[in-house]
Structure formats: structure tokens, C-alpha cells
Design a protein around this ligand. Structure first.
Ligand code: SF4
Ligand code: SF4
Length: 352
């Protein structure tokens, strides 16, 4: 039988010799300067990692450029981190400074390690995905331009991980990021009754709704949506192209804060709502960039050294977070709807 799926080569054939030889023997690592790490092995070997920001959507020319740099300084090796940073791995300390100089000449930013904002993990956007409420790629480009200083310097109390997802499906890591930006729709889907039964199976459409907002409409051989139950998630549009939800007037983003994956010091945390809605404002998303900068500035000014965003908020309390940031607290911030039918305020997170 012919093999058609060969998959990627085994990783051991691709890693630099110094990593292969010291596999499982690394003792510690330290940051020499923002964007440059030194790993030391029990054999005495030293590995230098130089981290560079990338635009994630990379052109062939850009990939050629970074390969050229890797051939010159890191024996042809480089890696992409899960946040789309590019890392050059060097086994010769003498080459670190020349590499940094060449990167500066080429305008490539070095940073994203230590107490910085690293590259933003994000999803697709208007061009790539049917259910997007914002353009993750364009928004992230605007954000990283605005947050450049936070990438190349270590001027925050701890690392800040930012994520963007362009709809509630949240392909990105927005549920557990220090600052998370989520594209949101704010109106129920529009129903083209003529087309619903022609382009989809009505039972599947009804099943697709997580809140049970869709009911059959036998008269029209279509469906109806109960707007009071709809949470504008766009799941129904995924199974029925006759129920588009994207809306240039009402779509926008919400900002969540305080999540983390790490279990260092405190348990992992989910991100929680800080700003319910900001408009889409391409191409530079000024309101969102300013809001994220403000959230960073207040955190940098008030958190203790080493505190992650959510740890700082837990120490001072959410009420004080809203006071310090000047953000309005609204009914949209109440996040526990389990008992919502019987009481308005059900969460224990707020005292006012
Ligand atoms: Fe598509 Fe939503 Fe994922 Fe964005 S977050 S890529 S809109 S499913
Ligand atoms: Fe249901 Fe989501 Fe469609 Fe609203 S948008 S009707 S909640 S599937």
C-alpha cells in the first residue's frame, strides 16, 4: 500500500547538535538582556537564545530573510515559539552581539522575554474565518506597534501574556491570558427563511444552539431565534449559511483580564471581563490599543514586583481594580448566571 501521509520528520533530526548532546542535562537558564537567554548544561555547554518578534503572517521574502540570518549565526537553526516569536539558537557567545547588531540594522525587534509583553497569540479574522467579529491579525499588528516598548524592555512587574480571539469560539488562549481581547457580535443572526431549508438541515441548526434559542418554524420550513436567549455566538451560522451574524455596525471587542496558565505561586486562573465593548475601528483599532495600554500602565504602577495581572487584582480586590482603572462596572460584569433567575448578584467576587 502506498504511503501518502509521511508527517513531519522526527524532531531529533532537526534540533541543533548542542541541544541533542545536552538533552535532559540543562541545569538552569538566565536572561542576559531582554530577548536574550542563556541556558547552561551540567556538561558546561552554553546555549544562547535570541528572541525576535514576528508578524505571524509572514511573507516568503521574510521567511527567506530569517533563514539567511539563521545560516549566518545559528548553523541554519531557528524555531517559532507558540506565540510566533522567532528564536535563533547559538552555541557561540561571540556571535550574539553581531547577531543583535544585524537584527537592529534590519529593523527586527529583540525582546519578549522576562517581565515583558511577548508576541500576542491570536486567531484568524475577517479574511479567514466565517464567524469572526473582529480582525485578529489587523488588531494584533496595531497592538504590537502600540506596545513595542513593552516588548523590547522589561518594565512590567511580571510577564504579561496577551491573546486575541476573533469570536466567542476562542481558538486563541483568551480564557487564561493576563489580557484577553475577544471579538463579539451583539445582535442575533439574520434569517433568510427562503434559504434555510435549502442550505442546511433544520434539526442540525436547532441542535447547534448552546442556549436553545432556535425553534422550528414549520410554516416557513425554517427556524426562528428567540432574541432573549441568543448570546450572539454564531454557532448557528457555522451550520447554516442562511443565518449570517457578522454586523459592521454592532460587532466589536470585549477585553478580559487576570487569567494565567501557570501554576507558579498561585493556581491557574480564568480571565474575567473588564471592558464589555469597544468598537471595531480598523485599520488601527485606536480605542482598543489605548485601552490595553491603560490596563498595562495601571498594572505597572500598582502591582508588586513579581505579581501577575490576576494575582495583583486578587490581592487588591476587583472593586479596587475598577476604581484604579476608572472602568465602569456594569451588569455585564456579573459572570455567574447559574442562579441569575433568582437573584441579580450571585457572584462572590464583588462586595458593593
Ligand atoms: Fe474563527 Fe472564531 Fe476561531 Fe476567530 S476565534 S478563527 S472567528 S472560530
Ligand atoms: Fe443560538 Fe448562538 Fe445562533 Fe444565537 S448566535 S441563535 S445563541 S447558536
Amino acid at each position: 500500500m502506498a504511503r501518502t501521509d509521511f508527517g513531519p520528520p522526527h524532531y531529533s533530526t532537526l534540533i541543533p547538535d548542542i541541544i541533542k548532546e545536552n538533552y535532559g542535562k540543562w541545569l538552569y537558564h538566565e536572561q542576559i538582556r531582554p530577548g536574550v537567554l542563556k541556558h547552561v548544561s551540567e556538561t558546561g555547554a552554553e546555549l544562547y537564545t535570541v528572541r525576535v518578534g514576528s508578524p505571524r503572517l509572514a511573507s516568503i521574502d521574510f521567511i527567506r530573510e530569517i533563514c539567511e540570518i539563521a545560516d549566518k549565526y545559528s548553523k541554519g537553526h531557528l524555531r517559532f515559539t507558540s506565540r510566533h516569536n522567532i528564536e535563533f539558537l547559538l552555541d557561540d557567545q561571540e556571535l550574539v552581539e553581531p547577531l543583535l547588531q544585524e537584527l537592529a540594522q534590519r529593523g527586527l525587534p529583540v525582546g519578549g522575554t522576562g517581565h515583558s509583553v511577548s508576541n500576542i497569540v491570536h486567531t484568524q479574522g475577517w479574511v479567514h474565518c466565517h464567524s469572526s467579529a473582529t480582525d485578529a491579525s489587523g488588531l494584533v499588528k496595531s497592538l504590537m506597534d502600540g506596545l513595542y516598548d513593552y516588548f523590547v524592555e522589561n518594565k512590567l512587574p511580571n510577564m504579561v501574556r496577551i491573546a486575541v480571539a476573533c469570536c466567542l469560539n476562542m481558538c486563541g488562549a483568551v480564557h487564561c491570558s493576563d489580557i484577553a481581547i475577544v471579538g463579539i457580535h451583539r445582535k442575533p443572526p439574520r434569517i433568510d427563511h427562503e434559504k434555510v431549508s435549502k442550505v442546511s438541515e433544520i434539526p442540525s441548526v436547532i441542535q447547534s444552539c448552546p442556549t436553545g434559542a432556535i425553534k422550528p418554524n414549520p410554516k416557513l420550513k425554517s427556524v426562528d431565534v428567540n432574541p432573549d436567549k441568543c448570546m450572539y455566538c454564531g454557532n448557528c451560522y457555522t451550520v447554516c449559511p442562511a443565518m449570517p451574524i457578522a454586523d459592521p455596525e454592532n460587532d466589536g471587542v470585549a477585553i478580559f483580564v487576570g487569567g494565567k496558565v501557570s501554576n507558579a505561586r498561585t493556581a491557574p486562573k480564568f480571565s474575567r471581563l473588564a471592558i464589555p465593548y469597544l468598537p471595531n475601528n480598523p485599520p488601527r483599532w485606536t480605542e482598543t490599543v489605548e485601552a490595553v495600554k491603560h490596563l498595562l500602565e495601571v498594572y505597572a504602577k500598582n502591582a508588586l514586583p513579581g505579581e501577575r495581572y490576576g494575582e495583583w487584582i486578587e490581592r487588591i480586590g476587583w472593586e479596587r481594580f475598577f476604581k484604579l482603572t476608572g472602568l465602569p462596572f456594569t451588569e455585564k460584569h456579573i459572570d455567574d448566571f447559574i442562579f441569575a433567575p433568582t437573584t441579580f448578584r450571585t457572584t462572590t467576587q464583588f462586595n458593593w
